[in-house]
Design a protein around this ligand. Structure first.
Ligand code: F6R
Length: 360
């Protein structure tokens, strides 16, 4: 049942405010973490975050939260790489977090087996509660996003971010970073309302999508915690609209990809106000100087500051920087969706893709 929406993907995009509220209130995620994960994170030296695709990008965002909020280093690994990675002889005290919507992704499950054979503790964060990852990991946290039918992951991604964020707050608390935990929690409490606010900008995003419908190639750039969102925005664009899209760290452009920029290549610059704004802004000006067609994803203040070079904008509210990656996900999902619809594709069932990748 698409609940009155033309596609499951659109329905699932619109469910994100309520899913984030469920995670915080109905399922009281931090109480659940404290109850069900019997690990003292003061004695963990390093986290290993493992996933594939969109779930991997959620881990890339979380790596920054673990460092910034809980003072704990994390390595992020693709399931398909970690499973064949060489073992280290004297490893630090590690704990692994495996993230998956389906809980059946073959490469993530093979990584789980490898971790188990090394006696590293494992936590599975999974949407499908009846799944191999949920069953086989030492600890398990559900995403409670409800069934995700559209092949492109949307609500599971923001649910993963919410659960990982609260896990970081829990670790921060345990490790004595009380203030950081409190600040993070109060920012997270605002997420459901902020997500509702971004949903209201859908009509404006349809206009921006027109810029992309004839494009053959697009670039997404961002820095810091928004760099993984640039990768995610490009992945969504590729998988449902079949436009070649690349996500890049904005500071890397001059090391090669800026050669791709011309007046036919739309560029989405993730640049909300914040510590790195001036840096991204200067990268955006480099793109503008090469006649790139820039769409800025940012809050009003940032959009205004870039209005001389960015003619189009995707608007998000002003928020605490820590939660910007969660809020920025929705405009990127809408953009890919509306570009794909305008090109006439079946967004719920893109070619060559399966919802659950159970083969290597
Ligand atoms: C992209 C997408 C895929 C999945 C990936 C991992 O929209 O859906 O990239 O994120 O196949 O799947 P799970 O999370 O089920 O392990």
């Amino acid at each position: 049942d698409k609940g009155g929406f033309p596609h499951f993907m659109l329905k699932e995009i619109h469910e994100q405010p309520s899913v984030s509220a469920v995670i915080q209130h109905r399922y009281a995620v931090e109480a659940l973490i404290a109850e069900s994960i019997d690990v003292d994170f003061r004695h963990v030296d390093r986290l290993r975050l493992i996933a594939c695709g969109t779930s991997y990008y959620a881990c890339m965002v979380a790596k920054r939260w673990f460092a910034e909020v809980a003072g704990i280093a994390a390595d992020v690994e693709l399931g398909s790489e970690y499973r064949y990675a060489p073992d280290i002889t004297n490893p630090p005290r590690e704990f692994a977090v495996l993230v998956s919507q389906s809980g059946e992704t073959a490469d993530t499950l093979a990584s789980l087996e490898k971790l188990k054979s090394q006696r590293i503790g494992t936590l599975g964060i999974v949407n499908q509660q009846v799944s191999t990852l949920a069953r086989e990991a030492d600890y398990f946290l559900p995403l409670l996003a409800g069934p995700e039918i559209g092949v492109a992951s949307t609500k599971a991604f923001t649910a993963q971010l919410m659960v990982l964020a609260h896990l970081a707050a829990h670790m921060a608390e345990q490790r004595g970073y009380r203030l950081a935990a409190t600040r993070f929690r109060s920012a997270l409490a605002k997420v459901p309302k902020l997500l509702s606010a971004v949903l209201h900008n859908e009509a404006a995003i349809i206009a921006v999508a027109e810029r992309f419908s004839q494009a053959t190639s697009a670039l997404f750039v961002g820095r810091g915690a928004l760099y993984p969102l640039a990768l995610e925005g490009a992945l969504k664009m590729k998988e449902i609209s079949y436009i070649h899209a690349e996500g890049y760290a904005a500071g890397e452009l001059k090391h090669g990809p800026i050669a791709l920029v011309d007046e036919n290549t739309p560029v989405v610059a993730l640049a909300p106000s914040g510590e790195l704004f001036a840096k991204v802004a200067s990268n955006i000006r480099e793109i503008a100087a090469r006649n790139g067609r820039i769409t800025i994803l940012g809050d009003r203040r940032a959009i205004l500051a870039m209005s001389d070079v960015a003619s189009h904008a995707l608007t998000m509210p002003i928020t605490d920087e820590l939660i910007q990656p969660i809020v920025a996900a929705i405009p990127l999902q809408f953009l890919a969706y509306h570009v794909a619809v305008s090109r006439g594709y079946d967004v719920d069932r893109p070619r060559n893709l399966a919802k659950s990748v159970t083969v290597e």
